[in-house]
Design a protein around this ligand. Sequence first.
Ligand code: SOE
Length: 379
Amino acid sequence: MKKPLNVGMIGYGFMGRAHSNAYRQANRFFDLPYELVLKAACARQKEPLQAFAERWGYESTASDWRALIERKDVDVIDICTPNHLHAEIAIAAAAQGKMILCEKPLAMNGVEGRRMVEAVEKAGVANMVWYNYRRVPAVTLAKKLIDEGKLGKIFHYRAKFLQDWTISPELPQGGAGLWRLDVQAAGSGVTGDLLAHCIDTALWLNGDLASVNAMTETFIKERKHNLTGKVEKVGIDDACAFLARFKNGSLANFESTRYARGHKALYTFEINGEHASIAWDLHDLHRLQYFDHRDEGQVRGWRSIHVTDGDHPYMGHWWVPGLQIGYEHSFTHQVADFVQGLASGKPAEPTFRDALRTQAVLDAILQSAATQRWVAPEM
Ligand code: SOE
């Protein structure tokens, strides 16, 4: 019998489901040193929580996160709440000696993020932030190719994350499902929600950013607030675009919006190096596009690598070569890496400290948009 690793999940929304599925799958497909146990699910709303707990097979429920983090039979706290609760819960859970997995973005801002990093490091507890796209096999392969030097010196990085679900002015802000539109709960709009993913991947693949120059827009200025029933000012950014310079000298542009009609979750990036380029698209997530100038001239061209072979990252754990996997598997990979990191002593990334670098860029973007100046992230 493997030792159990008991998970206490806080929240039951979209991410609560994505993470629960990952905990359920990880031991079935990866040979891990601990057995993940869905010990308790926690939220204030009793009925939906009960239904969530039964559906995913949680052993118990709790209505108060403070009671949950004190439980001796819970080892890991998974924070799937709106962003404004991340810091308070994480800091309290660290003080109880719990390992912490936190949904992205780490915090509302860098100040909060730094307090969270201090708390987990002082307590010496394992910690990780759910930037799941790093573990889509094609993205992990991109990292491998870059680290092997296949691209050579990198000149350009461009990324975008486009959605279209908030175009209607009738859509309210706030409350379950719509807290992402409420600045008090989310901290920012597409910057913290979507660009955070693009930035996490970018820093991972291409190193730190030296400076950013951003613009943001809030297209719908007022929306009914679900919690007050009143029409209130919208405080989030609906769209954000920024130029950036990486410390390694490469130039970047990033764009994100929830107003790109026709696009639901189009996360793409392209990187151009001296020898080769790579491109990736979330809507075709198992493929990595690769162009290598060193190929023989007459057959030189973009290759579309179907990242499904046994020697591709993570794929040996799934089906047979050629059969692809999807979005949810990136979370399963993250759980597997986290558990393996506990045993090996080499923590899975991104840790809170890694995610603080992304948070610093988010702060710099918002500051740049407000001041119309280039801003250097405070790393
Ligand atoms: C927003 O719609 C959202 O669900 C983000 O919050 C997730 O982080 C992203 O992966 C998909 O889009």
